[in-house]
Design a protein around this ligand. Sequence first.
Ligand SMILES: [Zn+2]
Length: 346
Amino acid sequence: MRAVVVHAAADLRVEDVPAPEVPEGGALVRVVYGGICGSDLHYARDGRNGPYAVTEPLTLGHEVVGVVERLGAGVVAPAVGTRVAVHPATPSAPAGAVEPTGLHLRRGGAYLGSASTQPHTQGGLTELLAVRAAQLRPLPDGLPLRRAVLAEPLAVALHGVGRLGSRVAGARALVSGAGPIGALAVAALKHAGAAHVTAADLQALPLAVAGRVGADALVDLSAGGTVPEEAFDVAVEAAGVLPSLRTAIRAVRPGGAVLQLGILPAGDLPVPVSDVVAREVALFGTQRFDTELDAAVALLAADESLAAVVTDVFGVEDAVAAFARAADSAASSKTVVQLGPDPDLP
Ligand SMILES: [Zn+2]
């Protein structure tokens, strides 16, 4: 079967790999779509993602939807043929834990398509994927796979916005950076009751997508637009670049809050901390997500407008071109790779 495999920096290949066995206590999923995430782009370009270096061939992808193909011994549901999203995390749960929260912050554990483990945890940009039964999330009937592929990044946005807690309801909010994760943060903020959401970006296409998923105001920074200072209750940094974080910090009112949702470069960074201190700005970190995948699936089912975030679909044979498109933020929001026939399409 075919898989999208990174071997080293700038060495991404579509190649044949052995099909997995159906795992005991798990299932084989026939993957239909896999989204390309910023971390996948880092692996493909740099051969590493933050501290995690590729030291053996790594199938990328952790934003996966498909159809249950076969069930392993001891698994009775969901039935073969069920359309599912895949939870990418296998946390290292404490012994005896029953659906605890906060597992995503525990050390250890595994995540699909990640070099954080040795051997690496192979990912979902592949035709057949073996998963634990607990990773399967059956999709509601009315939710097409092509929209459901946003479940993982939307869960990331919901978890991040959730970190802001009761500050969001009724708030004036800024999202700085309107790429796929920024657009989904707009949706998460609106869903959490923000009164008015402004999206700011340097590119027209991401701003248009942010508008389609609910942004009330758009600021095109490349066309003379500026983000006003001290004008927002909360700000979400979703570009993962330092100028955007500085903008976010200065954009919130005294006592406001900033969520760092984008992935900033590693290491010590020059940030105007005195500004954070003097104006009592609360600065929140956020990491992947905890229990929000089910809420993400429900929100995707309820809100058709979110389909606008998926701007590009490439067949697996064109996966290298798909990665180039995904890296071009002026030309795309979420780019997905199609690995098998979509049962939702005629
Ligand atoms: Zn992702």
